[in-house]
Design a protein around this ligand. Structure first.
Ligand code: ADP
Ligand code: ASP
Ligand code: MG
Length: 585
């Protein structure tokens, strides 16, 4: 007998027939002797329909009222499912987020879970009831102590499910949905997408945040932090689906269920070299040619950053182990002979990275890292961000100083601080899955000062307005006055707000201004085996180039490579990259 949390998504409870079918499934599991907590989403498109109703009345409805409105969707489905279960003779009781004791922050529309008071659920389970819980919602205690309904953000029922599993110490959490599990990419976009039997939480965190809507990223974060056994399975059959794997299993601490310490490690990787190539032609196939050549020479490239400049030329900067510098320089030069471009290289660099599943969605973390480093008087040479890691490249001589400052700033102890950790080969594929995100926009700040603190103050200003920026691309090329450009990728919804908060900051820097880029899509390949494999980036760039698509921006982190391309090329690029890595096989 096991205690299971089972979550059913909107499509799975989309009409009365489906609700009855879900009830049958739950009944079968109950009859096998399991204790069950069932989390459900609103039926079908309800949440979208309710949002559309509000938008007919106001372009900016108050967040509190939106939560009041949207939370009704789940209240309908829990009641109907409980009725269906009782009809089958299974004792079941429905509960709203408030009734079941899901306590959240007060941030309407994106509240994080602080605590789940499990006494009431436990008592009901004890009585043999199936407890049917409304997903996506919770309750916050306002300053006066009065209860307010909150929601966790779109797709948040997954997070309700996994959080309940963590709080109840359940044996497993099963997410039932309208696909067979986690696939190599979105099957609605690429028909050949294939089921993954297993994926690590780190990989899934990246994919989920980069457009793979099958799981809410915060659900994966909780599963990763607390070591929850998590499955994604089809609502339509009994196949085993996908198992998510994780290493850690923290205890729920005082900080709050979803607010546990966001950074759990810092590492310094010494003996790195940075190669900067500027004035490359802005044409399809250039990045492919360069990285294929490096891969033929067996040079494993770590971070890659590309940005486009006015005058239509590209700069590509990448890092390699110092011992590969000469080889990489020679190979790059041979490519430049045919395509043009200038090369410079610098050795004696170090990469400093912070990691933790709580970095995602908390823009203040990267801002704190950059601020800590700049306060130590250290200039950031390169920046790479991902959902679980932020890295920057700095002078090797200042590495230890930066490491000390960062570990004290994030209150990390000796066991969480690593110098030159040994890379273990984890036998994971170089690319596990690919995702396309069309929800993002590009913003560049032009002519900003080239000195410690610039990136920090830009990120801090946006973090204060809760704007998460992704792929911060700091160009190597300097303008004649020594100033530089920095580009960001951020959610389309945040574009106006970002321009507004950056205005006053840029006003301090003569000549600085902000430019919005063209409509973009971001395509990302993710795989935990990527750091151990040379040539992944080259293959990805070639696949995109062979489809006739130009790459505007490249940003990588340890386990992912992302390319920014024109929005209309998104689908073709996704198909090409999916095929290149044989994910359809
Ligand atoms: P639910 O209502 O069950 O929560 P969602 O619509 O939120 O379902 O998520 C399931 C959908 O996620 C699928 O129908 C699929 O189109 C989409 N999806 C995107 N990327 C992936 C992926 N890598 N694997 C599986 N499904 C994906
Ligand atoms: N009903 C909510 C939504 O559509 C929550 C969820 O389905 O997970 O976003
Ligand atoms: Mg969902």
């Amino acid at each position: 007998m096991a205690l299971l949390v089972q979550k059913f998504g909107g499509t799975s409870v989309g009409n009365v027939e489906r609700i009855k079918a879900v009830a049958e499934r739950i009944a079968a599991s109950k009859e096998q002797g399991n204790d069950l907590v069932v989390v459900v989403s609103a039926m079908g498109d309800t949440t979208n329909e309710l949002t559309a109703l509000a938008k007919k009345i106001s372009a900016h409805p108050p967040n509190r009222e939106m939560d009041m409105l949207l939370s009704t969707g789940e209240q309908v489905s829990i009641a109907l499912l409980s009725i269906a279960l009782n009809e089958l003779g299974i004792p079941a009781v429905s509960m709203t987020g408030t009734q079941v004791g899901i306590v959240t922050e007060s941030a309407h529309g994106k509240a994080r879970i602080l605590e789940i008071k499990t006494d009431r659920i436990k008592a009901l389970l004890e009585e043999g009831q199936v407890v049917v819980v409304a997903g996506f919602q919770g309750t916050s205690l306002s300053s006066g102590g009065t209860a307010e309904i909150t929601t966790l953000g779109r797709g948040g029922s997954d997070t309700s499910g996994v959080a309940l599993a963590a709080a109840l110490n359940a044996d497993a959490c099963e997410i039932y949905t309208d696909v067979p599990g986690v696939l190599s990419t979105d099957p609605r976009k690429v028909a050949e997408a294939r089921l993954l039997e297993e994926i690590s939480c780190d990989e899934m965190l990246e994919l989920a945040s980069l457009g793979a809507a099958v799981l809410h990223p915060r659900a994966v974060e909780i599963a990763r932090n607390y070591g929850i056994t998590l499955f994604v399975r089809s609502s339509w059959n009994n196949d085993s689906g996908t198992k998510l794997t994780s290493q850690s299993n923290r205890q729920i601490g005082q900080e709050g269920l979803e607010l546990g310490r966001p950074v759990d490690g810092v590492e310094l990787l010494e003996n790195q070299a940075v190669i900067a190539i500027s004035h490359l032609p802005d044409l399809p196939g250039i990045a492919a040619q360069l990285f294929e050549e490096l891969s033929k020479g067996n040079v494993n490239v770590d971070l890659i950053i590309q940005s486009t400049h006015q005058g239509n030329s590209n700069d590509i900067t990448f890092t390699v182990d110092q011992e590969n510098l000469e080889k990489a320089r020679t190979l790059s030069k041979s490519v430049l002979q045919t395509i043009g471009g200038k090369i410079s290289a610098e050795d004696n660099m170090s990469k400093l990275s912070i990691s933790g599943a709580g970095i995602m969605g908390r823009p203040g973390i990267a801002a704190t890292l950059f601020d800590t480093i700049s306060r130590s008087g250290i200039n950031l040479r390169l920046i790479a961000t991902s959902e679980v890691k932020v890295s920057c490249v700095i002078d090797k001589d200042l590495g230890n100083k930066a490491l000390r400052a960062v570990s004290s700033s994030f209150e990390l102890n000796d066991h969480q601080t690593f110098i030159n950790p040994i890379q273990v080969n984890n036998n994971c594929p170089e690319v596990r899955g690919v995702a396309l995100d069309t929800d993002q926009a590009q913003l560049s700040v032009i002519h900003v000062p080239n000195r410690p603190g610039t990136a920090a103050s830009l990120c801090a200003a946006m973090a204060e307005s809760s704007i998460s920026v992704d792929a911060i691309v700091q160009s190597e090329r300097q303008h004649e006055d020594g100033s530089r450009d920095i580009s960001f990728i951020l959610k389309k919804d945040n574009l106006d707000q970002a321009q507004k908060v950056l205005g006053p900051l840029l006003a301090q820097w003569p000549g600085a201004n902000v430019q919005e880029g063209p409509a973009i899509a971001r395509i990302s390949a993710v795989g935990a085996g990527m750091p151990n494999t040379a040539g992944t980036a080259g293959r990805m760039f070639r696949a995109i180039a062979s489809a006739g698509i130009n790459i505007a921006m490249i940003a990588t982190s340890e386990i992912r490579t992302s390319c920014v391309i024109a929005e209309e090329d998104g689908l073709a690029a996704l198909k090409a990259v999916h095929k290149e890595f044989n994910l359809d096989k």
